[in-house]
Design a protein around this ligand. Structure first.
Ligand code: KIV
Length: 293
């Protein structure tokens, strides 16, 4: 699997079968997934050596300014997926099926997933457990690999009564394990576990042969995922405890733009070196022309 020490051009492309077979209990390094929604972001995360790029519906909140993920459509995710795919990353591109794209008929679900695949995704992700089994089977039947997503599923924000940690009680934890097994049985090649106690994530991870990718699910998953804008400190309005910020790009960006504004206002920008100049001959010819005009 790709590691950050390996220059991008020497890396082998990450594939669905290689992810499916990747269990930490076999002594493998944890998988790394990071979101990206555009070409510059995709180049950054791919050059950093991540295994998977998730074109997440989190784009709604961290890029488009909505309060939840329910506002984005298949066309929105396809638009962002295409931008990521144009960079031809070595990382596997996961297209997130948005709300109401797989809560419809099986035929429409497959068509919606196909739209993301045609935009450049190599697999899709959907939220929910046993009730999604039929859709997962139909997608797998159509040769579309599926990543599951359990626990705190943001598309269920209203049903959950907010963005709340899930499976805190033993009965709910057992239901989560059953959901994970059902998704694996239906053909999911990996499962995101979001916002669940680490003991529960441990149980699910031990119960599955496919990898779990955690976010707010402790260290016992087979991999970890974070949202690009969270890990780079571009989004600092919300600070869930599972986010570790590795940079302060928002602070750095505000300081950089403020410095630019100050230089413009003081006349320090642009300098002579940052301007284009005529050749001496053209400059003289222009002066001559100007004096006659
Ligand atoms: O959309 C997203 O970014 C996600 C991750 C939080 C897993 O689904």
């Amino acid at each position: 699997m790709a590691r950050s020490a390996t220059p991008t051009e020497n890396r082998k492309p990450v594939t669905v079968p290689s992810v499916r077979a990747h269990k930490a209990r076999d002594g493998k390094d944890p998988l790394v997934m990071v979101t990206a929604y555009d070409a510059p972001g995709a180049r950054v995360v791919d050059e950093a050596g991540v295994d998977m790029i998730l074109v997440g519906d989190s784009v709604a909140m961290v890029v488009l300014g909505y309060d939840d993920t329910l506002q984005v459509t298949v066309e929105d995710i396809a638009h962002h997926t295409a931008a990521v795919a144009r960079t031809k990353p070595k990382a596997l591109i996961v297209g997130d099926l948005p709300w109401m794209s797989y809560h419809v008929s099986t035929a429409d679900t497959v068509q919606n997933a196909a739209t993301l695949i045609r935009a450049g995704a190599q697999c899709v992700k959907l939220e929910g457990g046993r009730k999604r089994v039929g859709m997962v089977e139909a997608l797998v039947d159509a040769e579309i690999p599926v990543m599951g997503h359990l626990g705190l599923t943001p598309q269920s924000v209203h049903a959950m009564g907010g963005f709340r940690v899930q499976a805190r009680e033993s009965e709910a934890a057992l239901q989560l394990v059953a959901d994970a097994k059902a998704l694996q049985h239906a053909g999911c090649f990996a499962i995101v576990l979001e916002g669940v106690p680490d003991e529960v994530a441990h149980m699910v991870t031990a119960a599955l042969d496919v990898p779990t990718i955690g976010i707010g699910a402790g260290r016992d998953c087979d991999g970890q995922v974070l949202v690009y804008h969270d890990l780079l400190g571009l989004e600092d309005r919300m600070a869930p405890k599972f986010v570790r910020r590795y940079a302060d790009l928002r602070g750095d960006s505000v300081a950089a733009v403020a410095a630019f504004a100050q230089d413009v206002r003081s006349g320090a920008f642009p300098s002579d070196d940052e301007s284009y100049h005529l050749t001496c001959e053209q400059s003289e010819a222009l002066a001559l022309y100007g004096s006659k005009a």
